[in-house]
Design a protein around this ligand. Structure first.
Ligand code: AN7
Length: 358
């Protein structure tokens, strides 16, 4: 019998144990991640002139408000099983928030390496609140990841970046949930690409579910990078990546090959969108559907607009898009995009009525 828990959902490891590298001896470190909503977004589709069905996998509703929790529950559980005492990661913010939370729960030490000044405020607050040793490296994510690789080689720490294969294993459960909810895979799957672990994970998840007889079809995988940080699209590493979508400000993705395999095997595509296109889609989604995501998630949404222009999506198609992180992660970009100031009004009914036009 499984241990009692406070929700009918047991977290992704217990739910999908038969598909994951765990045994009865694995101590499960969970915050009941997964089981995120798959939200239909017809008003956004209408606003962009599409004629397909769009479902948003809203991963911002995970315990630390990003998709990273799916991989982190497994990475930290396996680290604990091996007797590791310190987990380490480089991060553009979400991996560090998740690692810090799961390490706290596992009573392990956590060290995170962040690119100084390029972390969204909410993510920095999370790492600090969960008690991680938080280092701001005077360099970018790729440089931080290189240091983490070298720390891993000492054998003294457990690396929980997606170069740790169990991270990808955990993240593939999102594809299972989408198939469980829709009854089959979608026709297309759109998602943002940074270090390229997630596109690799989804493709593995979709294929494994099909091989297990739990779904029949496979989606075309469509990954979207930010134009200033688009190494896979441009075909070479980017030394100084830059984008407003700091989550995907990555110039040399660790799972580069996984991404290109997913795209070519599925008959999909990988392409890029500008920061301007990202911010437009970011605001449009919040206003048309009431779904507030962080800027990286708007890369595939901007990608949908491009796909419509290029007539890549046949009418009536079923499209899933992963909204990888919550909008509140990055309040600075939200305020800049929406306009900084509320309207200041005198504390009187008439003044309020004048301002709102009643
Ligand atoms: C919201 O946290 O790389 O292509 O260090 O936070 O699997 O890297 C975050 C990546 C998309 C890209 N959306 O996923 C990190 C980190 C959000 C993200 C991505 C990230 P990958």
């Amino acid at each position: 019998m499984s241990a009692p828990h406070t929700s009918s959902w047991p977290g992704v490891i217990q739910r999908y144990a038969e598909h994951l590298p765990v045994t009865a001896a694995t101590p499960i470190v969970t915050l009941l991640e997964g089981n995120t909503p798959l939200i239909r977004a017809p008003q956004f589709v209408e606003a962009i002139g599409g004629r397909f069905e769009l479902y948003l996998k809203y991963e911002g509703l995970n315990p630390t408000c990003s998709f990273k929790d799916r991989g982190m529950t497994l990475a930290v559980s396996k680290a604990k099983e091996r007797g590791a005492e310190i987990v380490v990661c480089a991060s553009t913010g979400n991996t560090s928030a998740s690692a810090a939370a799961y390490a706290a729960r596992a009573k392990m030490r956590c060290v995170v390496l962040l690119p100084n000044g390029k972390i969204a405020l909410g993510k920095l607050a999370q790492a600090l609140m969960y008690g991680a040793t938080t280092l701001a490296i005077e360099g970018n994510f790729d440089q931080a990841l290189q240091i983490v690789r070298e720390l891993g080689e000492t054998g003294k720490v457990e690396v929980v970046n997606s170069i740790n294969p169990v991270r990808i294993e955990g993240q593939k459960t999102a594809a299972f949930e989408i198939c469980d909810a829709l009854g089959d895979a979608p026709d297309f799957h759109f998602l943002p690409v940074g270090n390229a672990g997630n596109i690799t994970a989804y493709w593995r998840g979709y294929r494994e579910y099909q091989m297990a007889g739990k779904s029949d079809t496979l989606p075309r995988m469509c990954g979207w990078q930010a134009a200033g940080a688009a190494p896979i699209v441009d075909g070479h590493p980017i030394e100084h990546p830059n984008t407003v979508a700091t989550a995907i400000r990555i110039g040399n993705p660790a799972s580069w090959q996984g991404a290109t395999n997913a795209v070519s095997e599925s008959g999909g595509l990988i392409d890029k969108v500008t920061d301007e296109e990202i911010l437009h889609a970011y605001k449009l989604l919040a206003r048309t559907e009431g779904v507030f995501v962080e800027p990286a998630c708007a890369a595939p949404l901007a990608g949908l607009i491009k796909a419509i222009e290029r007539q890549l999506i046949p009418d009536g198609s079923l499209v899933a898009a992963t909204m990888t992180g919550h909008g509140l992660k990055d309040p600075d970009t939200a305020l800049k995009t929406a306009g900084f100031e509320p309207i200041i009004v005198a504390p009187e009914r008439d003044a309020v009525m004048r301002v709102i036009g009643l």
